[in-house]
Design a protein around this ligand. Structure first.
Ligand SMILES: [Zn+2]
Length: 154
């Protein structure tokens, strides 16, 4: 470590350059998940301190971490697909509920129209009966009038 040595203070190392080290995790194929720390100063001011926190990983561990990462990516992909499907299903259900409401409104309107029609049919029948009775009165009156005229003439 040129220009910067380190001491362990708790879980974080401090350097004589005055700043605590920042901890990182490597995600390169040979060091997947291996932790390291380096100086936390900005690029132009930082010392050259850089150190692995974990021992070198065995090929089996690297293989396992790689597999777990692939599984995680796959699960994340599935989760995104499921999330999109869930949004689609929510929209579909919302549209269905809206259509059911519209259907209920239409049924109410049809029922109202049927009630109005029933009232109209009743009214029409009453008017027909009234007109029929008036025609009978007119017919009887006409017969009486014709009978009266004919008896007056004879
Ligand atoms: Zn430093």
């Amino acid at each position: 470590m040129s220009g910067c040595s380190s001491v362990l203070t708790g879980l974080r190392k401090k350097f004589y350059c005055g700043k605590a080290a920042s901890n990182f995790v490597a995600w390169t194929p040979l060091n997947d998940g291996r932790r390291f720390s380096k100086c936390s100063m900005p690029e132009e001011k930082k010392c050259s301190y850089w150190e692995w926190e974990d021992d070198e990983l065995s090929p089996r561990i690297i293989e396992l971490i790689c597999k777990l990462k692939k599984d995680k990516d796959s699960l994340r992909h599935e989760k995104n697909i499921l999330r999109r499907r869930m949004v689609d299903l929510e929209n579909y259900v919302a549209e269905g509920i809206e259509k059911v409401k519209e259907n209920d409104d239409l049924k109410k309107k049809v029922a109202d129209l049927e009630n109005l029609l029933a009232v109209d049919v009743g009214l029409i029948q009453k008017l027909k009966d009234k007109v029929f009775k008036q025609w009978i009165v007119i017919g009887i009156s006409w017969c009486c009038f014709v009978g009266l005229i004919s008896s007056w003439i004879m």
